[in-house]
Ligand binder design. Structure first.
Ligand SMILES: [Zn+2]
Ligand SMILES: [Zn+2]
Length: 340
């Protein structure tokens, strides 16, 4: 595929898409785009997470009787399935696009591959190894912990479990709202861990990967990991069903890869394109203080002034914000530091 039809490449081999990011069309009144937007909303990523939620519910999750009691057996089984699922999905993208490099740097935002650039900030100087180990030592166990606690609560009637037969309209609506819940929850915890102290002690671990790759997705400090997966507990507060809860959790765990694929489009099976939806979060890893949310489904970044759509204008606005912030900090330090 010719990536220069939809983007441009600079001297350093970094590729930038021509089209700017757009928030969901119902916020901008572009209702004629609603149909195409809705197809992209469901297909392929959310449809994939819905299917995995069903597979979990019918083939993996133990029966309700078993889940009434916390036990290592079913918890470790879920951990093994989660670990294997992430290994297959993230590992496949890593293997084909970062190790075999089947499409080179076509559609790749950053022309460099992390494996070619060892860095002291990572364990063993390797972004891949560091990110892989953090994923398995911390994030997958925390994901499983939240999953087990939520299922245990549902099984004991502590959640707000409603039936598909009597509440199907609400549950269909809630299923469609799952990505919106994710965006709001993620924005709030993400904005929180960008406050100076929490950034330094917690979130900087994730941001070590300025040029993210698949294993960066769940490479997080445990505090961030828990806050990230705690999103699932919303389904114990609002009327829900464990299948919808599993969709929320799988979209959070498996869906974390979207922002960290590093390529705008993956060429799968010849010329079939797979849009990654990675650009908004790629810009977050590049500039740090923009795009705390996701794709602009609930455009909190737009409303709060931290939206970066990839345009030159957004770049200027961001620089202006940084300049003002610097001035504020300088003025503050002059007040707190007495004159000599
Ligand atoms: Zn990230
Ligand atoms: Zn961040």
């Amino acid at each position: 595929m010719d990536d220069l039809k939809s983007g441009s490449r600079d001297k350093r081999d970094n590729w930038t898409p021509n089209a700017c990011l757009e928030i969901a069309p119902f916020w901008t009144g572009k209702f004629e785009r609603l149909g195409a937007w809705f197809v992209g909303y469901l297909w392929p990523w959310n449809a994939f997470h819905m299917v995995t939620a069903l597979l979990y519910w019918f083939y993996i999750i133990p029966d309700v009787q078993t889940m009434r009691h916390l036990a290592w057996g079913w918890a470790l089984f879920l951990f093994a399935v989660n670990a294997a699922g992430i290994f297959v999905m993230y590992g496949a993208v890593e293997f084909f696009y970062y190790i075999r490099r089947k499409q080179g740097t076509r559609f790749k935002y950053n022309g460099k591959f992390p494996a070619d650039h060892p860095s002291e900030v990572f364990w063993f100087k390797s972004q891949n190894l560091d990110n892989f180990l953090r994923t398995y030592l911390s994030s997958v166990p925390l994901w499983t912990l939240c999953q087990v606690l939520a299922l245990w609560a549902f099984a004991n009637g502590w959640g707000n479990w409603v039936d598909w037969r009597t509440h199907w309209v609400w549950l269909v609506l809630l299923t469609l709202l799952v990505p919106a819940i994710h965006e709001v929850h993620f924005f709030c915890i993400h904005r929180l861990i960008h406050t100076p102290l929490l950034y330094k002690w917690v979130h900087s671990v994730h941001h070590n990967s300025i040029n993210p790759s698949p294993w960066s997705s769940l490479s997080m400090h445990p505090v961030e990991g828990f806050l990230y997966f705690a999103e699932v507990f919303w389904h114990l507060i609002i009327p829900s069903h464990p299948i919808v809860m599993m969709f929320q959790l799988n979209a959070t765990a498996y869906g974390a890869i979207n922002g960290h694929i590093g390529f705008d489009t993956l060429e799968i099976a010849g010329d079939v394109p797979l849009e990654s939806h990675a650009y908004a979060h790629y810009l977050h890893h590049k500039y740090f203080e923009v795009n705390y949310g996701a794709d602009g489904l609930i455009p909190l970044d737009k409303w709060l002034g931290s939206w970066h759509d990839g345009s030159k204008e957004a770049d200027e606005l961001m620089k202006e914000r940084f300049r003002k912030k610097k001035e504020r900090m300088k003025a503050k330090s002059q007040i707190t530091t007495p004159a000599q």
